[in-house]
Every structure is written in structure tokens, then in C-alpha cells.
Design a protein around this ligand. Structure first.
Ligand code: FAD
Ligand code: FES
Length: 262
């Protein structure tokens, strides 16, 4: 990890938009924070003007764009507690301190033509940059997007238009009535590679589906754990996967092979 990635940088807020209830899309400008950034990687943001909350909050790189002669990036986040509430009150022109990029990003095999993305809730935040990149490279992308209810789904206009999106909601208010993982068997054979981000229960259900079908499809998942430092020092993000001993989500992840976890 280079020293620059651990230095707090000043990112300027370019825009802030509530895209669905309590979910915000924020575009930021900071050349140092996009250098080396890639789908699946994350950054740590200070979410206060003072010392409370003290610890920075991890956020995935959600999207990238080239505009006004620079590369800009977005985060997509839910307001969950004090840190994200503070973030949601930033306005264009405000500054946010952050460091990164951190962690291991998603890796697409050069020969993979068909990519299947599986998003549970706001797990979609970490997958859209991959969809953008894959579509630009001429690959086919299908996104299975699940949420508790329709108002929690990201509107299609916030996704690349070339992506086929299939919805599932727990209450049946949009798309398949039930968990998004129930859609997996239908698309598994089509996919050359699968990428997922969501709660651990979703990963467990996906692993079960793969086992039941004796599928050898490679599946990369992005794990989320509460983080203290984001840099491998505090061990606050330690997980104990099925294979390979203790792992730190910030340093060894957040990308893991599903078969190593479950
Ligand atoms: C690698 C990584 C990438 C992430 N990317 C995104 C993203 O793109 N968009 C996004 O909205 N969130 C993302 N998160 C989660 C995000 O970091 C937390 O939602 C945020 O830290 C909450 O801060 P807060 O101060 O608002 O809430 P807190 O006051 O810290 O907590 C509020 C509630 O949220 C729960 N919580 C906090 N952090 C987590 C977590 N990591 N996992 C599960 N529950 C948690 C707490 O237990 C508590 O109940 C990511 C987390 C990781 C580890
Ligand atoms: S967050 Fe400190 S070791 Fe991972």
C-alpha cells in the first residue's frame, strides 16, 4: 500500500441527490482518490467536522466519469447513522476528507463475455462501476437486483442502459416476489462469471444454489464488515471463512471467492 493512499485528501462535492428514500448519490472530485481506483475497491471517508464520529466510514467506488478535464467518482450510500447523515447534508462545493483507494477490486477474466451481477439492497453500490466498464468493453451484463420493497430499488435511469435488469422484492411490489437469489438458477448457465454484493445471508443462499447444481461458475463477492482503520491495523474487520484462516476484509478483500467463504 503506497503512502499516498493513506493520506487524507480533500474531495470536493460536485453534486448530491436523493435517488430513492434515504439513498444518496454524491459525485466528488479529487484526482488523488481516483488514481488506482477500480470497481470493487473502496475509500474511507471522514464523516464529521470534528471528532464525532471519530472513525472514517468505508464506501465503495460506485461510478466513474470523465468530465471537466478530470476523472470524477461517485458514492451511493444509505443514511444509516450519524456518519452517513452528516454526509447527506454536504452540499456542492463542500469538502470531504477521505483516503484510498483501498482493498482488492473485482477481476473480470479476459475471455468472460457474459457477466451476471447479483445485488442485494444497496450492494448495488459496489457493482455499477463494473457494469459500466464491462459494457464499454462490449461484454453482456445482466443485473439481478433485490430489495425489501420497490421504493428501495435504484431507478433504472441510474444504471447503464445496456444492462438487462431483473428485479426481485421481498414484498412482491416489483419483479419476482421473493429473494433475489431465487433468480440465480435461471441465469447461471448463461454467465461466464458472477459478481455479487449484499448481505452474508444472500451469499450463503448463492453458495447453496451452486452446490445444489454442482456449478463450477466462478463467483466473486464483495464483503462488508464494520471497519475501524481500513488498512489492516485494527483487526476490526476480521472474518473467518470456510477456507484459508482469518481474513481482513479491508486488506485481503473486500473481494473474495464465494467458495472460500461458504
Ligand atoms: C468495503 C465496504 C464498502 C461499503 N460500501 C458502502 C456503500 O457503497 N454504500 C453504503 O451505503 N454503505 C457502504 N458500506 C457500509 C457503510 O460503511 C456503513 O453503512 C457506514 O459506515 C455507516 O456509518 P454511519 O456512521 O452512518 O452508521 P453507524 O452509526 O456507524 O451505524 C448505524 C447502523 O448501521 C450498522 N452498520 C454500520 N456499518 C455497517 C457495515 N459495514 N455493515 C453492516 N452494518 C453496518 C451499525 O451496526 C448500526 O446498526 C460499506 C462498507 C464496507 C466495509
Ligand atoms: S478495518 Fe482495521 S484491520 Fe480492517
Amino acid at each position: 500500500m503506497t503512502a499516498e493512499r493513506l493520506q487524507l485528501q480533500r474531495a470536493v462535492v460536485l453534486s448530491q441527490e436523493e435517488v430513492c428514500r434515504d439513498t444518496f448519490l454524491m459525485w466528488l472530485s479529487c484526482p488523488a482518490l481516483v488514481r488506482g481506483a477500480a470497481p470493487g475497491r473502496f475509500l474511507m471517508l471522514r464523516c464529521s467536522d470534528g471528532l464525532d464520529p471519530l472513525l472514517p466510514r468505508p464506501m465503495s467506488y460506485h461510478r466513474f466519469r470523465d468530465r471537466d478535464g478530470e476523472r470524477q467518482f461517485a458514492i451511493l450510500y444509505d443514511v444509516r447513522g450519524r456518519g452517513t447523515l452528516w454526509l447527506s447534508r454536504r452540499r456542492p462545493g463542500d469538502e470531504v476528507l477521505a483516503f484510498g483507494p483501498l482493498g482488492r477490486g473485482l477481476q473480470v477474466r479476459p475471455d468472460a463475455r457474459n457477466l451476471l451481477l447479483v445485488a442485494g439492497g444497496l450492494g448495488i453500490a459496489g457493482l455499477v462501476a463494473l457494469a459500466d466498464e464491462a459494457v464499454a468493453q462490449g461484454r453482456s451484463v445482466t443485473l439481478l437486483a433485490g430489495a425489501r420493497t420497490a421504493v428501495r430499488l435504484l431507478p433504472p435511469s441510474f444504471l447503464p442502459p445496456e444492462v438487462e435488469v431483473v428485479y426481485a422484492t421481498d414484498d412482491g411490489s416489483r419483479g419476482h416476489h421473493g429473494p433475489v437469489t431465487a433468480l440465480l438458477p435461471e441465469y447461471l448457465d448463461w454467465a461466464d462469471q458472477v459478481f455479487a454484493c449484499g448481505p452474508a445471508a444472500m451469499f450463503a443462499a448463492m453458495a447453496e444454489t451452486l452446490r445444489a447444481r454442482a456449478s463450477r461458475r466462478p463467483v466473486q463477492v464483495l464483503m462488508e464488515e464494520r471497519m475501524g482503520c481500513g488498512t489492516g491495523i485494527c483487526y476490526g474487520c476480521a472474518v473467518f471463512p470456510r477456507r484459508g484462516g482469518v481474513r481482513l476484509v479491508c486488506k485481503d478483500g473486500p473481494r473474495f471467492d464465494l467458495r472460500d467463504l461458504f
